[in-house]
Structures are given as structure tokens and as C-alpha cells.
Design a protein around this ligand. Structure first.
Ligand code: NAP
Length: 248
């Protein structure tokens, strides 16, 4: 049986790739392609079972509210998900307990592995910093992937009871040391020509370790998006991070 899928942000960069990937999958059927100005009601009238949202951080919650209240499972790629938004999502799901929601800061399988490797490495190094690099049309900074990586590293450091990172900076221009997420400074680059890239830097006495991931084409996100579409209905409630679907 095919899964009926709707895409929100269907004319955008990620949304259009997602529509093509769904059309190319024999077990999925694209029943609604919705963009700004189109009615969300098409999700209901087309009997979409799963909706994928690649829109804008300011638009996503309204979209998810409509989908979840109509019993449609949601796969969320739109970034900018802070604790407030996650709590809002949990409340929506509590009222519709059979609905599954996956919020994935990054659908790149390599990027997910980078985050997992970084979380494992964190407890062995005194210092950790993140540089994330993206195309200049990106609306939010730092990226969802960088925030998530920083949170995972901070959690590993806390669990290992590591002391604060060494940093004797006593005067700095605002922003020069990046934005701190948990314990980790995150530096955001926005540069024409880039897609989505991240380097996680670890340092200790006499050695450093760099873990780098490069998305060179948005098609690289599609295996992860398709995996999420196929799995989300089997997992009611909120799942944060594609790693939970990857059996790592
Ligand atoms: P984009 O090219 O700007 O696409 C967004 C699309 O959504 C645009 O066509 C936009 O229309 C439309 N849109 C805006 N508000 C909408 C609404 N209320 N309902 C329906 N459609 C709406 O952006 P993108 O590069 O595809 O990125 C989209 C989101 O995905 C961003 O948050 C980005 O950070 C995130 N992202 C996530 C991943 C991941 O792996 N999780 C990977 C890449 C990107 P207009 O152009 O008319 O405003």
C-alpha cells in the first residue's frame, strides 16, 4: 500500500527536491504540493497521511497545528526549533496521541553520523568549537544542526563531569567568540556558493580532531527524508533527530 504524502514549501529548494524524490518512490504518492498562498485544506481533501514541512521558521507551527489536528503525521525539516516550539508541538501531539512527528535538524545521513561521532568524541577533549557554513539565503543562525551538535557535545561533557573549556579571552569584539550553545561556541558563516557544511573541532594537549560534513547537493538529504516518511506513522508522539530512526 502506498503512503499518501503532502509537501509544504513545495516550490522551495528543499520542498521541490522532496516532491521529485516522492514521485520517484514506488511506495509513496505525492497527493498535495502546497506553497505560500495555497490552502492547507488540500492536505485534508487529498487524504494525505504524512506531510513534510520545508517552509520557514515563522510559518511552520501553524502548518503543524493544522496537520496534527487533522490526524496527519508530520516530518519537519524546517529549522529554528527551540524548546518553546518543541513544547508547543508536544502539547499538540498530546491532544492527538496517535500522530507521529519527527523534527530533524538535518536529514543528511552523513550529518547525523557527524553529530553522533561528535557526541562520542566530546568527553575525550578539553576544547570543542563548531563552525557551520551555509548559503546566504538561510534565514536562521546558527543552523539547527550546529545547535543540536553543540547540545549533544555539552551533554557528553556534563555526563563526563569535564571542567569548563580553557579560554583566557579577556576582551573581545561582540560575536568574535561565536554564540554559545550550551558550553560550545558556534561560529556561523554565510557565503555565496556554499550549500550546507559543518566542522566540529576538538582539541587537547598536543592533538586536535576535526569532524567535517559537507552537503554538496540538496539531493543528499533525500534518503533521510524518504526514510522519515516511511517510518513516522509507526512512531506516535514527538521524535527529535533522525538518528532515532537509524538504529545506530
Ligand atoms: P526556501 O527555498 O525558501 O523554501 C521555502 C518554501 O516555503 C518557499 O517556497 C516559501 O515560499 C514556502 N513557504 C513559506 N511559508 C510557507 C507557508 N506558510 N506555507 C507553505 N509554504 C510556505 O527554503 P529551503 O532552503 O527549501 O529551506 C526550507 C527550510 O528547511 C528552512 O528552515 C531550512 O533551514 C530548512 N532546511 C532543513 C534541512 C534539514 O535537513 N532539516 C535541510 C535544508 C534546509 P516563498 O518563497 O514564497 O516565501
Amino acid at each position: 500500500m502506498t503512503i499518501k504524502v503532502g509537501v509544504l514549501g513545495a516550490r522551495g529548494r528543499m520542498g521541490s527536491q522532496t516532491c521529485s524524490a516522492i514521485k520517484g518512490a514506488s511506495d509513496l504518492e505525492l497527493v498535495a504540493s502546497i506553497d505560500l498562498g495555497d490552502s492547507l485544506d488540500l492536505l485534508r481533501t487529498s487524504s494525505a497521511q504524512v506531510v513534510v514541512d520545508f517552509t520557514h521558521p515563522d510559518a511552520v507551527m501553524k502548518n503543524l497545528e493544522f496537520a496534527i489536528n487533522n490526524g496527519i503525521h508530520v516530518v519537519v525539516g524546517t529549522t529554528g526549533f527551540d524548546d518553546a516550539k518543541l513544547n508547543q508541538l508536544k502539547s499538540l501531539l498530546a491532544k492527538n496521541s496517535h500522530v507521529g512527528a519527527l523534527v530533524a535538524p538535518n536529514f543528511g545521513l552523513g550529518a547525523v553520523l557527524m553529530m553522533q561521532f561528535a557526541a562520542k568524541a566530546a568527553k575525550f577533549f578539553e576544547s570543542a568549537e563548531i563552525i557551520e557554513l551555509h548559503h546566504p539565503e538561510k534565514a536562521d543562525a546558527p543552523s539547527g544542526t550546529a545547535s543540536r551538535t553543540a547540545e549533544l557535545i555539552s551533554k557528553s561533557r556534563r555526563e563526563a563531569e569535564l571542567p569548563a573549556m580553557p579560554d583566557k579571552t579577556s576582551s573581545a569584539v561582540a560575536g568574535a567568540r561565536g554564540a554559545k550553545i550550551g558550553e560550545v561556541p558556534v561560529h556561523s558563516i554565510r557565503l555565496r556558493g556554499l550549500v550546507a557544511h559543518q566542522e566540529v573541532l576538538f582539541g587537547d594537549q598536543g592533538e586536535t580532531l576535526s569532524i567535517r560534513h559537507d552537503s554538496i547537493d540538496r539531493s543528499g538529504f533525500m534518503p533521510g527524508v524518504l526514510l522519515a516518511i516511511r517510518e513516522v506513522a509507526k512512531r506516535p508522539g514527538l521524535t527529535f533527530g533522525l538518528e532515532n530512526y537509524m538504529e545506530l
